[in-house]
Design a protein around this ligand. Sequence first.
Ligand SMILES: [Fe+2]
Length: 403
Amino acid sequence: MKSEKREPEQYVDLGHSDIENHLKTQVALYEKRLKEGTAANKVAAFFATNLLGFAYHYLKSRFGPKAEYQFYPRNGDDGIYPIHSYTDTVTLALVSDWATDTPESDRIGGLIRDYDPDYTIHLGDIYFVGTPQEVADNFTNPDASWHFGKHGSLALSGNHEMYSNGTAYFKKLLPEMKIRKGHEVATQQAGFFCLENEHWRIIGLDTGYNSTNRPFLEVLFKPDCNLRKEQISWLKEVVKLGNPDDKRGIILLSHHPYFSSFRDDHPVVGRQLKEVFGAAERPVLWFWGHEHRLSFYNKYGFSDGIQAWGRCVGHGGMPVETDPPDRGHLGQLLFYDQRVRERIRRRDVGFNGFALLTINGPAIDINYIDQTNKTVIAERWKVDETGGLSSELLEIHPEVTKY
Ligand SMILES: [Fe+2]
């Protein structure tokens, strides 16, 4: 059975610093609804409050063991998928923090369907905590708005999937993620993967599995999201990222940001990748989500990590944040879509959206499209014969903030 449609109000302020005041307000609201309500809308009341709603689902789901980690080879699959297209170009839609089952996520899902890309990839976070019902509501029910790409869909895990120990992510969502592999149809077997053609390798990384550890403490003391050793071995031995003769352009996808001007950095992932690349290291283009905003960074890397141009596309389905940056890396922050769409609960909320990549030989055009179907930013990336990347800004909305 499909649960009641959610409203964006439920997600405003989720996990933010004014937690205490907000919790008080939500508890008061919840108690009032309990007094007035029937059994059915008591559950609705949990959904109608945001922080308490999250806390309830978190508490309900957080106990028990973490899902067993899945890695390649598994069921005969090695996690490498040759890119297919019926035309000379290949299109991929990247969307993150999308699975909220709100009118906004339906809108973005509908837009992606209209563009009908070859591949669609979710960069993680199914709200509130990635339960089987939430997977069904967003991805697999007949009226769910996830659009499956012509040649396949893949999904990364965020922290929210792991708040319910990852079970629904591994056992419900991944079995539905199908992708063409030559003449076969493969099923996603692990939380990481590589899509590739002669010019590009698009590598999805699992930073979600190690984004949780002990219940409760993890909310305050965040784990470092390091890549598990099985994933590192796969990157070294199967993907062979350290092969200096492979000059294809590297695009990374992950849920968690490598670095950020707004929230936590995750330097350990860049450090692990530096070790994997070895002498073959070169700067990469890296898409991530987790933060509910659209932001662009110039090339940066920690002294002991790889260099990357960061693109945060966490504006898929949650209320989009427009707060100013305050956590460093300001020298690297290039653009940030701070346009305000509406105010919800006295907070400014920005525009949801997704990234549409069009691969055309050694070039990739990337359009960042908002929920009104406008291009916010368009850029073109090219890979040269050394594996080096360069970019060109093609279009920018006049109201996007430039840093
Ligand atoms: Fe997240």
